[in-house]
Design a protein around this ligand. Structure first.
Ligand code: GLU
Length: 475
């Protein structure tokens, strides 16, 4: 079962002397986190958002304060940083930085993706690893939180360069991971190709064929539905939010950003459900198909991005007259993609792609549903605008959880050496997203304002991990 239970409210339990009043506890810990990690901007942003949601929990659960759950949960259990030397195609030595943040293993092996992108640093990986703890708890699966990556940029590298880099990366990583210890997967810049190379090197070094990585290609242990999971799940979550208001996605105009795996399958599911996706983007620009992105255009997007490793303007080149291309102005204070008239938005590109001004523009354009396919795509100001406007806002840790949820299903299939059908996996993911929505909604009703999914998701995920940490003692 995917059920995740929030323990019933009991009378306040008296525990010895409590130095801080429960309601000040989260703020006091947040102050400590800020002092200790002053330069980790993205991690502080993620920690602040979670801790601000949690204050109401401590009145009902004084045991969490007594057991110093917050002080412990904001510190990764282990951080590994290492040198990744590799030879480029001219046989010149190159050096990148590799990381793995093993954040929390209270409810299962560390689980979370690996990101290869020039912006990767410890702050970004700590924000992602921290979010992953609560996201993974929300899935109802037994997976802890972790994240890893490198500042290596796969863009413009040959397949052999990517292979040599992945082999060097895993030569160090392999001693820290394992199918019951830490199970990495993909993220930005890491797809089937990179997972394949990393799996090959792990198998060689460990002398074992196990499900140590998820998101594997189908021929050697990958799960059907994993590629589609995150994008589909983000759309399922939007459908769940709409259903509370007896509404659906049918006929709704939808903005999608990004054009990688998450965006592609968000567009695909939107088309299947009768919605009208009109935009996608990459780091150079965005495209607008006024009459809607068709299935044929979607196949072209997949070919451009997955096979040709090209740029999104190629879609407008092929469908001129139907698809407009707009180059990204890096100095602009807003992204015009979010000004297009629509009812729903699916940010599926990267963190902080929606700022306060973009949020204003989305609200003015008529958007009442935002479901985050990326991790933390809305900055703090944008989240506050959405919450204040009381629109249906699905934060990434709930709305994009089907990706890692499907990874947990891949682990289950690998352990039992069987493979489930696509339909079976998709049905399980649909149920998983419905359960996540229900638990987040119920937590919002109980501790915050009904329909505040930011608070609801943070609280539902946190309570599950906190209960496990209390039960396991101070470790
Ligand atoms: N990188 C994805 C995420 O942000 C997936 C992680 C996984 O499958 O382990 O959740």
């Amino acid at each position: 079962m995917l059920a995740l239970t929030i323990p019933p409210t009991g009378p306040p339990v008296a525990f010895g002397d409590m130095s801080q009043m429960a309601h000040g506890y989260a703020h006091d810990v947040l102050d400590q986190v800020k002092a200790r990690n002053a330069h980790e901007t993205e991690f502080l942003q993620a920690a602040e958002e979670v801790l601000e949601s949690l204050s109401p929990v401590f009145d009902q659960h004084p045991e969490f304060q007594k057991h110093a759950i917050l002080e412990r949960i904001v510190e990764p259990e282990r951080v590994i940083q290492f040198r990744v030397p590799w030879l480029d195609d001219q046989n010149r030595p190159q050096v990148n930085r590799g990381f793995r943040v093993q954040f929390n293993s209270a409810i299962g092996p560390y689980k979370g993706g690996i990101r290869f992108h020039p912006t990767v640093n410890l702050s970004i990986l700590k924000f992602l690893g921290f979010e992953q703890i609560f996201k993974n708890a929300l899935t109802g699966q037994m997976i802890g939180g972790g994240k890893g990556g490198s500042d290596f940029d796969p863009k413009g590298k040959s397949d052999f360069e990517v292979m040599r880099f992945c082999q060097s990366f895993v030569t160090e990583l392999f001693r820290h991971v394992g199918p019951d210890t830490d199970v990495p997967a993909g993220d930005i810049g890491v797809g089937g190709r990179e997972i394949g190379y990393m799996f090959g090197q792990y198998k060689r070094l460990a002398n074992e064929f196990t499900g140590v990585l998820t998101g594997k290609p189908l021929g050697f242990g990958g799960s059907l539905g994993r590629t589609e999971a995150t994008g589909y799940g983000t759309v399922f979550f939007a459908a769940e939010m709409l259903q509370v208001k007896n509404d659906s996605l049918e006929g709704k105009t939808c903005l999608v950003s990004g054009s990688g795996n998450v965006a592609q399958y968000a567009v695909e599911k939107l088309l299947q459900l009768g919605a009208k996706p009109v935009t996608v983007s990459d780091s150079s620009g965005w495209v607008h198909a006024k009459d809607g992105i068709t299935n044929e255009m979607l196949e072209e997007i997949k070919d451009i991005k997955n096979n040709r490793r090209g740029r999104i303007h190629e879609l407008a080149d092929k469908y001129s007259g139907k698809v407009e291309y707009h180059e990204t102005d890096r100095n602009a204070d807003h992204n015009p993609l979010w000004q297009v008239d629509a009812q729903c938005a699916f940010p599926c590109a990267t963190q902080n792609e929606i700022n306060g001004k973009d949020a204003e523009n989305l609200l003015s354009a008529g958007v009442t549903v935002v479901s985050e396919g990326a991790n933390m795509p809305s900055n703090t100001e944008a989240v506050n605008r959405f919450v204040d406007a009381k629109i249906m806002f699905g934060p990434g840790k709930a709305a994009n959880a089907a990706g890692v949820g499907c990874s947990a299903l891949e682990m289950a299939q690998n352990s039992s050496r069987i493979a489930w059908s696509f339909d079976r996996v998709e049905d399980m993911l649909k149920d998983m997203m419905a359960t996540i929505h229900k638990n987040a909604y119920e937590a919002s009703e109980r501790y915050s304002t009904a329909g505040n999914y930011v608070d609801g998701a943070n609280i539902a995920g946190f309570v599950k991990v906190a209960n496990a940490m209390v039960a396991q003692g101070v470790v």
